[in-house]
Design a protein around this ligand. Sequence first.
Ligand code: ADP
Ligand code: ZN
Ligand code: ZN
Length: 747
Amino acid sequence: MAEYANIIIDISHEKLDKTFQYKVPGQLQANLAVGMQVEIPFGNGQRKTTGYVVELTDAPEYDVEKLKEIEAVVEDSVPIESQLIALAGWMRNNYGGTMNHALKTVLPIKQKTKEKKQRFVKLELGKQEARERLAMFERKNHKARARLLAALLEQNPLPYEMVTGKLNITSSVVRAMKEMEILSVEERRLYRSPFGEEFQKEKQRLVLNQKQQEIVEEIWQEFIQERHHTWLLHGVTGSGKTAVYIELIDRVVKEGKQAIVLIPEIALTYQTLVRFYQRFGERVSVLNSKMSAGERYDQFERAKSNELDVMIGPRSALFTPFSNLGIIIIDEEHETSYKSETLPRYHARETAIQRAKMAGASVVLGSATPSLDSYYHAKKGEYRLLEMTERIEEKPLPACEIIDLREELKQGNRSILSERLQELMADRLKAKQQIMLFINRRGMAGFVSCRGCGHVLKCPHCDVSLSQHNNGRMVCHYCGHEEPVPQVCPECGSKYIGGFKAGTQKIEEIVKKKFPEARVLRMDFDTTRNKTGYEKILSSFANQEADILIGTQMIVKGHDFPNVTLVGVLAADLSLFVSEFHAAERTFQLLTQAAGRAGRGRLPGEVVIQTYHPEHYCIELAAKQDYCGFYETEIACRKLMDYPPCGHMMAMLVASKDEMTAMLSAELLAKKVRQAKEKGKLPGLSVVGPANAAVAKVKDIYKKVIYFKHEDYGELVKIKDVLEDFINSHREFASVIIQFDFNPMNG
Ligand code: ADP
Ligand code: ZN
Ligand code: ZN
């Protein structure tokens, strides 16, 4: 029954990023709720607009006489949970950006879309007749028609998307067969599971092993006493974490509460989803980035109207409007995709913890290689640590072997495949087992190293690798330090110094030449560009239609290929010397995850890690799969440089179409802060840069970056606020775009 409402003007108006207070007329006082869309007069004239109620209050902030009244509630306006709006406010405060951006992130779209219909292809013939037609198509070599008919004999009806997608049949073939009255195309209301209706609930429940039970019980005992924590479940690859999540969710749902499960998109595979559908049937739904805003909205509507208990999806699933949220699970919590690269640049982990706090829910973070951040929090007692050190059924972790590529060079082998790896590959091919070759390629590596001694050029100030730029110079992405590319190695004098280049395509050629009889699949950005490429390659490999799968980090995430007994990491160093302070952490994660692909079935696995830096702690400890050892070493390095999580870092990106404008603005802002520092105003702050951003030019926009480091996150937020005010009140910044990025993940 509040008398005043704080309203944010319709979020499509980017410029009006603050709340305005309105009087709530008597007849609306009883029903108005936070999150409702309302009609309001705006500005001096008679203009009307719409806005969202962000807060209700009895305390006027302005002269009551001057406040205008809300005119009406927009018809059909459904209150978005006030909690989500509060969460948007928290995101805005903690990550920068505007309230508009934050609201747009937590609310998928504003208006109701038309009811979504799904198209199906339905068989119109009896089975016998269909089989006869199939035989005829096969005789006439009408491959697409035969394929569709065969699929319809298996499953009827088929979602249209599956026909044109997975089955790769053109709409003209469907049309032709429709004209032949073999099939029909019909529309139905959006069906529940993305797999059609064929889904069967599990017949027999997996019996949890003792470790899994202990973990479930520990979390559960706290949960039912309403002691909600953030748990970090550190379980080696194949230790049965997913089964733990499913059991926990089952219990949460039985208490009448809901669950959100975040999974990185790339690991959102059929295999995983099946496990959830088998347990929760129609009460689970999935989001993915290929969905339109309308489709996502539909799923959110279902969540709101109590049709669902479980939502699975990437980052954005976090904002599912469940009213009685009980648990949020974040699988593969170390994944960088949990950090948004658009405004607001939020981290799903931190935001999940905040949402759980507001909702009275628990959070479970799971990973075989927890982020340094999470482990650090766990060590400090902020999260509760749970460990699963063994694989299910005591399957051994794979044996790892490190191959020193410098030695290979000395022996005269200049191939990307070491002698040892070739030998093992030949052996596995003979035994009809499968092989995965992983090339560790992240973005633009660009580092320069010596193939004779392994030496890598590093920034003398920042302890990160230098990156080779198009102008031929070596550059530090943090402080801007530059130096020329050396002609010979400064360490050993070798002339084999230069950028390391090896793409998946090149490797495919080499492998095919060496093993002409092997069936090879390649998975990278080129081969997965279309919607279904990714699934096709994975399922083909799973069906053992190929012997060797070559790929980038795409192939290492969470897949279960029981027949893979050899994993080769071709150049572990490629991500180790990316010019950013996370490089070792990412490499350790990638290597451990890659190794985790081997030996998941009956047969034991083996891993070969090829490197120029066999003595690097990251490589050594990854080969031993010693997470704790890695954590201790790496955290000591971070401490030394005040890098997160041992302190906080805020990147300020300054972008402009004009390079000079970007640079001058960045310099001006850095100078401003440094001057304040000199006056003793900002104790504990360090300022690094400006420098070119890791990707210095995107679509003709030049990007500069300044880094701020402080022990206290809150202090950085304050500095951001001051800088934002300064920028907004000075016209010279009108042509630059400024963005903040807290504890950045890239560059
Ligand atoms: P993680 O998520 O830790 O990598 P998963 O949950 O995927 O591990 O489990 C690995 C494999 O072990 C899966 O094939 C899963 O079905 C199986 N599994 C998990 N728990 C059990 C159990 N209690 N008994 C038998 N098999 C199990
Ligand atoms: Zn050298
Ligand atoms: Zn530097």
